[in-house]
Design a protein around this ligand. Sequence first.
Ligand code: G4P
Length: 527
Amino acid sequence: MTTQLDKELEAEVAKRRTFAIISHPDAGKTTLTEKLLLFGGAIRLAGTVKGRKASKHATSDWMEIEKQRGISVTSSVMQFDYEGHRVNILDTPGHQDFSEDTYRTLTAADSAVMLIDVAKGVEAQTKKLFQVCRLRGIPIFTFINKLDREGRDPFELLEELEEILGIRSYPMNWPIGSGKQFCGVYDRGKSQLELFQGDDHKHIEVRKVSGVDDPLVKSIAGDYLHSQLSQDIELLDVAGDPFDMEKVLKGELTPVFFGSAINNFGVQTFLENFLQLAPKPEPRNSNIGAIEPTKTNFSGYIFKIQANMNPAHRDRVAFLRIVSGKFSRGMSVRHIRAGKDIKLSQPQQFLAQDRDIVEEAYPGDIIGLFDPGIFRIGDSLSQGMEIVFDDLPSFSPELFSKVTVKNALKHKPFQKGIDQLTEEGTIQVFTTIGFEDMILGVVGQLQFEVLEHRMKNEYGVDIQLQRQNYQFARWLVDDKIDPGKFRINSQLVKDKKGNYVVLFESEYALRSAIDKNPTAKFLTNSP
Ligand code: G4P
């Protein structure tokens, strides 16, 4: 029998979209996020999100590091409503010094928006983040930004998507000219022009046309641009991939949009198409199989823990992605790993800088739970079901340091600090075989700085970090493991769960290990 709650869940799930924006720093992520929020009326003033970049985290000392460097090490969540949809944007730090947190945040998204600078194409950080999305097979929507500036040939960019990322593309619209000559885009599906005009290049006009050879297109674009557009569209129609929704949903084909975020050009079209095409909250795997979002029992998992804020208190905020059921403030849920029931009384929802207490939330939503130290990354919470969601993978760090405590008498607080920071996902700990040395791995240099700072300020421990030459880690799966095999330009270690991991100094060292160990698997993330 269908209950009221079933109906409510069905409707709430259907309207939700939860996604992350992946890009390289400076591609325009902050600008695009802000425009999207403005459409939803979530923020009144442009600049609110921008302000976050150098935001007022003054209550926390270690956040000073982030403030001084004008970047954000932590990701948060923004929510807005648009035409019957509820949209959750998971923010990911944009700076070079991004962390494993960024990768993990992507596990809470159901789709991703890949933002690319028209002049720069696919850049290093976009590539790394893309690979994590690929691993999960989530749909990826591409926005090529800064068309108001001179950029690269659009075909060249599409080729790059295929060559570097291995994803095929379907341009939903196509630019007419670029830079100073940019006059707008031609919408392939709707056969319409979106024009970018006026002295300030800010006036946006939509004109319906019969096709690319409509006299209106000619009169607006001029002979030269029109003939180029006409050839381009013909080439796309004949030689390009057809639109295939199944492939989009599997992350094999990316719908591509062109625009200029700062001029708010192409953003609304992008948003409207995205909301139509992007998936609603997806089920998540657990020990009892896939948990559908419309299941009435509440469930969710912690994908991120953010240390507070106030160094006087060691409390933290745990970010929970709701997988199924309805959340109501004050409800009691089972903390499966701890084996006890807890009451969720002060949950927060995030919106740009403000945090509101959330009364109700549904699958796809992210809520922040007050964490006095009871949660770990990957913890499952649920009501009326003993379920454990699949482990969140660890991703290969890129920087490694041996860590020791300067004052041996401080070993206890040292161990406690390392344990807590590992739980938060700031660092990964590896132990060498035999000597039991501790090697820490991080994704960005800033993580080491945060670690040193927090160990001193929160745990009163001075640590010594000794950089190691390794560049990446691979989880080793083999029937027989022989530590003697990994001595040259590599080292065999164990991660915190006891999995074998090999640290490599170079691609060459990895390739030679693969050649010499044909039965072994070298995984880029934990099994
Ligand atoms: P990020 O979060 O990805 O790092 O990028 P952000 O939005 O901060 O944008 C990076 C720079 O690119 C900013 O300029 C921003 O104004 C500019 N930008 C974003 N979208 C567009 C676009 O469509 N066209 C053009 N021409 N520029 C764009 P900035 O000079 O670094 O900062 P600001 O002084 O403008 O704040």
